[in-house]
Design a protein around this ligand. Structure first.
Ligand SMILES: Cc1cc2nc3c(=O)[nH]c(=O)nc-3n(C[C@H](O)[C@H](O)[C@H](O)COP(=O)(O)OP(=O)(O)OC[C@H]3O[C@@H](n4cnc5c(N)ncnc54)[C@H](O)[C@@H]3O)c2cc1C
Length: 378
């Protein structure tokens, strides 16, 4: 599994998406998933861009509906983040129940849970920076609902290692699994793992019924826990050159869009703020990936600095950036992000309330994009 960092190759990935195969196989480890989240999370591709591509390729709404619904999950979590801000760092709907501690089982960190499919997925996460959605669910369920960890530290651990690290999708999904953002906790037993990972392992602590799973004591493999330290290694600063007569366009780990204001003359800075990484640490692999992606932005220079210091130093320059919940302390001109469903905003209590509002608009938009494309071809 290789995550290309060259923009042209990344755009080619969108052309390879097969929405109907995706719909029938997405939950299986060898299913036709898209592997585009590292690019969406890093702000290089937008959900809107994928949507437009699907609409103009001649697919029907029924063929793309399931994939569009998954893209809408991302937007749903982003809207929650915008509305709740740092409150998503804590239990959103109700406190997580049945917690034994606030650490992470060392068996998860060491990929030694004894559940082969899960251990394999953790090894793969360390190697590639990617984990399949179903495996993320299994890991979160084992950590929180079987090992009885509070969700925050295990979520931070997973975020640290993911190339697609997105704090909204991450924190909300962990809370969805542990029941802090859902009506009930998510459990998966060994049969479920067999079905989606094609594994056949027997006699594990998950090899039991759904009735028995929540009642068992913490399995011995998950008793040992740790308070792990996650540290980001940022690059050393090289001298940068700022032309004071030109504006400064600020990029960050969530905003690496090479198309953004690309024809304008400006200083372009990838700003890596140490205080950001103190709160939201990322692995060396993810930082390398981000730096490689940033090379697609012509003239980009990398600067490790706090925004306030940077702003003071270049006080005479106009600063422009894109809106993002984690960078609200930026000052200057703020551009909006691209959305599939621009007008459905704010906090929605459930995804299905959100989706009910989005779907009719998306269908209309989809038909319109299709018609324009067909009209253009005639
Ligand atoms: C515990 C847990 C932690 C997660 N942490 C993250 C994270 O840090 N960053 C992140 O981007 N996603 C996260 N997800 C959501 C999801 O697992 C990934 O977006 C997906 O697996 C990415 O792979 P893909 O692009 O091949 O997905 P595909 O299945 O091909 O999906 C296409 C796109 O739809 C969106 N999408 C699909 N499933 C989800 C979902 N469940 N939630 C939100 N958007 C979705 C993504 O933008 C994805 O790129 C997490 C899920 C769980 C259960």
């Amino acid at each position: 599994m290789i995550f290309e960092t060259e923009y042209v190759k990344i755009l080619n990935k969108i052309d390879l998406i097969s929405p109907s195969k995706y719909g029938s196989t997405r939950n299986y480890v060898d299913g036709a998933v898209t592997y585009i989240s590292p690019y969406i999370s890093r702000g290089m591709l937008s959900t809107r861009q994928i949507f437009v591509s699907l609409a103009t390729k001649g697919f029907t709404w029924q063929e793309v509906r399931y994939l569009v619904q998954q893209l809408a999950w991302r937007e749903y979590f982003q809207r929650i983040w915008q509305a709740k801000k740092e409150a998503i760092n804590f239990d959103i709907k109700q406190p997580q129940t049945n917690i034994a501690h606030k650490y992470i089982p060392t068996a998860i960190v060491n990929a030694k849970t004894g559940i082969n499919a899960i251990d394999k997925a953790i090894h793969l996460l360390y190697q590639t920076g990617y984990m399949h959605n179903h495996l993320r669910l299994y890991v979160a369920s084992v950590a929180c609902n079987i090992g009885l960890s509070y969700w925050q530290l295990p979520a931070k651990w997973m975020y640290f290692h993911l190339l697609d690290a997105d704090w909204a999708s991450n924190a909300c999904s962990w809370q969805w699994v542990c029941g802090a953002f859902s009506a009930k906790k998510y459990y998966a037993n060994q049969d479920n793992i067999h079905k989606y990972t094609l594994d056949t392992q027997k006699n594990t602590f998950l090899d039991t019924s759904y009735e028995a799973l929540p009642l068992q004591p913490i399995p011995s493999t998950l008793i040992d826990v740790a308070d792990i330290e996650l540290k980001t290694i940022l690059p050393k600063n090289q001298p940068i050159q700022i032309i004071l007569q030109q504006p400064i366009f600020v990029y960050n780990v969530y905003q690496l869009d090479p198309e953004w204001r690309k024809n304008e003359i400006a200083n372009r800075i990838l700003l890596l703020e140490p205080s950001h990484f103190e709160k939201y640490p990322m692995s060396a692999k993810t930082i390398d990936f981000i730096i490689a992606l940033s090379k697609n932005i012509k003239g980009i220079q990398i600067l490790v600095s706090e925004f306030a210091d940077f702003k003071t130093k270049y006080a005479s320059c106009k600063i422009v950036f894109k809106e993002h919940p984690l960078f609200q302390h930026y000052e200057g001109m703020c551009d909006a992000r691209d959305w599939m469903c621009e007008s459905v905003q704010g906090y929605h209590h459930s995804f299905f309330n959100f989706w009910k509002k989005c779907e009719p608009m998306l269908i209309q938009d989809f038909d319109c994009l299709k018609t324009n494309k067909d009209g253009f071809q005639e």
